[in-house]
Design a protein around this ligand. Sequence first.
Ligand SMILES: *[C@@H]1O[C@H](CO)[C@@H](O)[C@H](O)[C@H]1NC(C)=O
Length: 474
Amino acid sequence: MSPKKLPLSLNVICLKLLSNQLIHALSDEEGLHQAEVQEYMTPSTYHTLQYLLNEILGLINLDASIRFSCLQVLLREDVKRLEIGIFPRFYYDKILETISENGRGLHHLNLKGVWARDYPELLSNLLTNTRHLKALIIPHMADDSVINSIINLKSLVKLDISGEACYTSIGISKLNSDTIRILDIGSFGKPNLCQDCPLSGYELMAEIIKNLPNLNVLKTYSFTGHALLHLYKDDHNFKTKLTYIHTTDCNLDILNAIANTCPHLENIHVNRPQEKVVRELSKIPDLRSLKLTKGNGDEFLSFLKNAGEKLHQIKLNHNKSSLIDISNFCEYTPNINSLEFYHMYLKFSNLDSFYVNLQKVQILYCDIDDTVVKSMLTNAPFLKSITVGCSIQMTDGDMFRLLGECTLENIEELLFSEARFLTAITVELLADNCPKLKVLGSLVGWDITPDEIDALRVLISITNTDLTLWPVAY
Ligand SMILES: *[C@@H]1O[C@H](CO)[C@@H](O)[C@H](O)[C@H]1NC(C)=O
């Protein structure tokens, strides 16, 4: 049986009640009750204010004027975490001013959803006031003056200025920090950071890497390998603390530079590698997680034979030109716990091979037959989550036989997007037999009518079962 729902904690029930009351009290245009509400909330801890703020700002369908009122009333100097959510243009400057005034204690600020690039002065001003920020998320917004203010944030660990650049190459090359460990910058697939660049994008990126000596994770920018080659050519002893990078069009020279400059690298996305690169990925000694886009299947297998033992996570994308037998992976990757395939051509031939540590598998837009799905279910005894986003032919009878072969006792989430022959019988069968199953679907792609889904939902609800049928609204 699927697990039972636990009652909500008193704490959560109170906060939900309070958030409804607040929305109600602040729902007039004139803000008549703002002062009263603020006074009422004065004795509450910052935890409470923060919870209510993020709960209410997260309701994107709630009228923007009510959300803004809540921001004005609930944001206090000791609130640490703020995710602003999506607002209409009319509110941008007001929001920046409110945070400037009342958000001085913020540690985490996410401004995604407020197009602050039209107000660089207000944004710089805000950053001058929020001196304790550790995480700042402002994609598509930073210009040179904003970068200048960022340099003065002495506790900043995580910075997201990805997307279109309003800064110049001179402005961004001033970015320097001993504290930044996670940087999200640039746009996917684009070698250049900004328009005006007199240097190549790689050289500019190399300079930024040099200015951030404690950087661990460099996200979005897709040509980090080229930048590292530049640094390596300059100085063969140059070392970074990078643990994750994304590299495109990697050749053997670049791979060599990566291996030499990044002794701590654990996680890499390799896109369109040139010949022999995939085979040589074993040069990266501590690789735990590999995402390979448009890579060579044969080279990948020989890499696994050499170095698969340490891998925990594999993502393979975009190569349907050769058939990959994923039962071959088992032997070489005993520690794998997550497998993802996107646009691949897969089979599972050796039914005696087992994934002993696999917990999560995703197969999207792949060419497969049902054996692949059945084998993932029967030959991965600790599997918690399976998502199959391609058409499968499995029937209720197949599912019945499958449950005779394996218990699926660890499965929590089973999502098949297109299973035209599975019916309500399979839903009941799985709900009755899988003790941890909490998410099941997606029933729009199954042979089930809306009436049947309603009936199943009633059954789930009256038995207080903790099982969500996807899609949630259908
Ligand atoms: C896909 O892999 C095959 C070998 O397994 C290789 O010949 C081919 O070049 C690869 N395709 C792409 C787009 O990388």
